[in-house]
Design a protein. Structure first.
Length: 136
């Protein structure tokens, strides 16, 4: 296995583990599996948990990718951040869609739905980051 692929797997795996752990904690203990009312909008607890965990894992994922996984990239940091943001927004949409379908239509348990979704999103993310966000 190439070193860069190993670093991606290790850093990405750690960030995914953090993401799933945070999702589980937010879903079960912060939102108590209840609808989250913000006054102007309501979120299902699995969606609120996903969005909140995302706000924590996004910056961590970027820093790990920039300084550990793809450190040989010659693109400027602000270009990398913008491209990373675009890819992550696509990941966010894929996460939202897959989690919503798996939980609300296929009746998966939310944490299992998050894990299944992660397999698809990680594959897309690796290819996108390697050939677009952090290309050499």
């Amino acid at each position: 296995m190439p070193l860069q692929t190993f670093r991606y797997a290790a850093c990405g795996g750690a960030n995914v583990a953090l993401d799933i752990t945070l999702f589980f904690i937010f879903y079960n203990f912060v939102f108590h599996k209840q609808i989250v009312h913000l006054g102007f909008i309501d979120f299902q607890p699995h969606i609120a948990s996903f969005l909140l965990s995302f706000t924590i894992t996004f910056p961590i994922g970027f820093l790990l990718s920039k300084y550990i996984v793809w450190s040989s990239s010659t693109l400027k940091g602000h270009v990398q951040l913008f491209r990373y943001f675009l890819i992550v927004m696509m990941n966010l949409l894929m996460n939202y869609f897959f989690i919503k379908v798996l939980v609300e239509y296929l009746f998966f348990y939310p944490t299992i739905a998050k894990m299944v979704t992660t397999v698809f999103v990680v594959t897309f993310s690796y290819i996108s980051q390697k050939y677009y966000t952090f290309k050499v």
